[in-house]
Design a binder for this molecule. Structure first.
Ligand code: ZN
Ligand code: ZN
Ligand code: ZN
Length: 89
């Protein structure tokens, strides 16, 4: 895993891929999203901060799950919310 980002990212043993290419929280309320992020603690996929509901950020705050990976096929990066740290892999 990339070093020099933060301890959360450094301690990951691998990157969890998204199970479904959708935000379940948005589907539940009939909303839509822009991009998807996958929580690296629980493996659930939610929508990004460009989306109206920002479910990935809400989840990170509420659950204290620190790191997400982009779930976009063309993007390979990790982001840690508490440290505001970004790393490509
Ligand atoms: Zn961190
Ligand atoms: Zn959402
Ligand atoms: Zn999580």
């Amino acid at each position: 895993m990339p070093s020099a980002a933060c301890t959360h990212i450094e301690s990951l043993s691998g990157v969890a891929a998204s199970r479904a290419r959708q935000c379940d929280d948005c589907v539940a309320i009939g909303s839509s999203w822009v991009h998807l992020r996958t929580c690296q603690t629980c493996g659930e996929t939610r929508c990004c901060d460009s989306s109206p509901n920002r479910h990935a950020s809400q989840h990170a705050l509420a659950s204290r799950h620190a790191v997400v990976a982009s779930a976009e096929p063309s993007e390979r990066w990790l982001y840690c919310y508490p440290d505001d740290a970004f790393a490509e892999y």
